[in-house]
Design a protein around this ligand. Sequence first.
Ligand SMILES: Nc1ncnc2c1ncn2[C@@H]1O[C@H](COP(=O)(O)OP(=O)(O)OC[C@H]2O[C@@H]([n+]3cccc(C(=O)O)c3)[C@H](O)[C@@H]2O)[C@@H](O)[C@H]1O
Ligand SMILES: Nc1ncnc2c1ncn2[C@@H]1O[C@H](COP(=O)(O)OP(=O)(O)OP(=O)(O)O)[C@@H](O)[C@H]1O
Ligand SMILES: NC(=O)CC[C@H](N)C(=O)O
Length: 590
Amino acid sequence: MAQLRIALAQTNPTVGDLTANADRLVAWTRDAAERGAHLVVFTEMFLTGYPVEDLVLRTSFVDASIRTLEEVARRLEREGLGDLPVVAGYVDRAGLAPRVGQPKGAPLDAAALLHKGEVVTRTAKHHLPNYGVFDEYRYFVRGDRLPIFRLHGVDVAIAVCEDLWQEGGPVSVVGQAGAGLLVAPNASPYEKEKEDIRLELCARRAREAGCALVYVNQIGGQDELVFDGDSLVVGADGELVARAAQFREELLVVDLDLPVADAEPGTSAYDPGDGSTITVDRMVLSGEPVAPYTPAPARIAERLDLHAEVYSALVLGVRDYVAKNGFQSVILGLSGGIDSALTATIASDAIGPSRVHVALMPSRYSSEHSLADAEELVRRQGITSQVVPIADIVSAYEKEVQLSGLAAENLQARVRGMILMGLSNEYGHLVLTTGNKSELATGYSTLYGDSAGGFAPIKDVPKTMVWDLARWRNAHSAPHFLLQTDRPIPENSIVKEPSAELRPDQRDTDSLPPYEVLDRLLDDYVEKDMGSQELIAAGHDPALVTRVIRLVDLAEYKRRQYPPGPKITPKNFGRDRRLPITNRWRETTG
Ligand SMILES: Nc1ncnc2c1ncn2[C@@H]1O[C@H](COP(=O)(O)OP(=O)(O)OC[C@H]2O[C@@H]([n+]3cccc(C(=O)O)c3)[C@H](O)[C@@H]2O)[C@@H](O)[C@H]1O
Ligand SMILES: Nc1ncnc2c1ncn2[C@@H]1O[C@H](COP(=O)(O)OP(=O)(O)OP(=O)(O)O)[C@@H](O)[C@H]1O
Ligand SMILES: NC(=O)CC[C@H](N)C(=O)O
């Protein structure tokens, strides 16, 4: 057996900022060198960030990615780090045999090995995910190689993200080819409880390949996606050896005892049994095992529970959206209700309470307790508030344009939206939109009113979970939350009955079923895609099924105009669920 110390660079790239990502690669490689690592593994498409969407269709972007890779290899050498091999993801271009219909030189979701100032080998993802939030048939052609490089006597194979998730392809030939270690750069977005699936998957692949597996995932927010890290190492028996934190950057360094290899370098073709051919390229960086040393104890970071991980995802999603889009501050309307209270708290935890601004905008229908509850939250969190009564603005409008009923109710929400956008224009705050997933599903929000804004932190959180998260946050904190206040959310905002307060004594239950009932139905219809007969068979009230399906289907136009927000469920309103707006299909008639 031979020892190797591997550094897993679980870090946070920025999409499109190739220079900053390259700087980060060099800085983290330096850290890894200082910690005595023999190999550093970065994440999928680390140099470009992930996902880059249609940027890969730009020749200039792909050229820049390839150039940056070559430059960073030379820079590592210049800065005295060239002896430490680095595996990192980037975008490349196919030279040969692109898929039928794709022009020659189509983009590749690639990974390379850098050593001594050179790009030693390049490979690319074979299985292209094309479901859920992924669109990779649109962007990439598949790779068909499995590079294996000998490092201090150990044969190390490289495969990219989705190649672990599918049968066949490069990962399925690792066993036949006989590698001692498989390293996998990933960009795997968060959804609740996904890390259990990842560990199981990595354990299975390690056992199949008969070698240890290093799984490195990025962290950070990118528009509607949040990456949670959760990088891990499993042994050839599938047992967990080391695991990094969730939602935080970490250079995880792990010592492994791995089999010494003796296969000859060269190229050979393997049949993964899925109709493709995988070319295995073997090369030698160094044949000699390292001198024996005392391994450092492996770290296995503690797992977060469901509410801790969802809340952390929302905090990271907001923090990175604000930072990566160049905002210094945010603003939102604080009503005294639970949605805006939770949104304000997430914002305070993400960017610090001194950068969170709220407008309290009572109308003629606002209850006294609403204002009092909003003021209490402001006091507890130390955020900046401003009271802007809207009754006179609404009256002035109504003097010129007569509105009644729902139109008049919506006017209040629109006046508030206009005030928030005005304050955003004046002071440069990002407007946070406060709607939850149950409201988005049913269209229970006013277009250009409370749905106005730039980023919607809780849009993928069902209302029942909004309450759970508020209770959880009042009982827990974490070092990476920037708000250090006990019980930041007034209890009254959590326990009171929800109301839009657009007319006297209005209650959400006037228009919607109780949220416990609604959320169960929405979960089955939206996330599980059940048809109306299945929903009824599952025990949902038939009249309610008809009514709720109608609400959901009709609200597609509103969702399309809603701001983006962090995905936390297996199916968010966004990239996960793409329906036509103009659409006569009705589940109930099908
Ligand atoms: N297919 C389509 N494509 C594009 N636009 C379409 C459209 N169908 C209607 N529209 C437009 O949408 C308008 C109707 O939408 P909209 O103006 O939003 O109004 P609407 O959906 O009729 O009313 C808003 C609903 O949200 C509730 N609400 C409001 C505010 C806050 C809360 C809360 O508790 O959070 C709840 C309120 O009680 C009411 O039930 C139509 O007048 C039309 O202009
Ligand atoms: N009086 C108010 N002052 C400031 N903002 C308000 C006020 N009323 C409503 N808003 C804004 O409009 C959003 C929708 O409010 P509304 O009260 O209608 O619905 P909600 O879903 O019950 O939200 P919340 O639980 O935050 O009250 C609020 O989250 C808030 O951002
Ligand atoms: N970037 C990828 O290939 C990600 C796909 C993979 N199934 C995941 O979510 O982890």
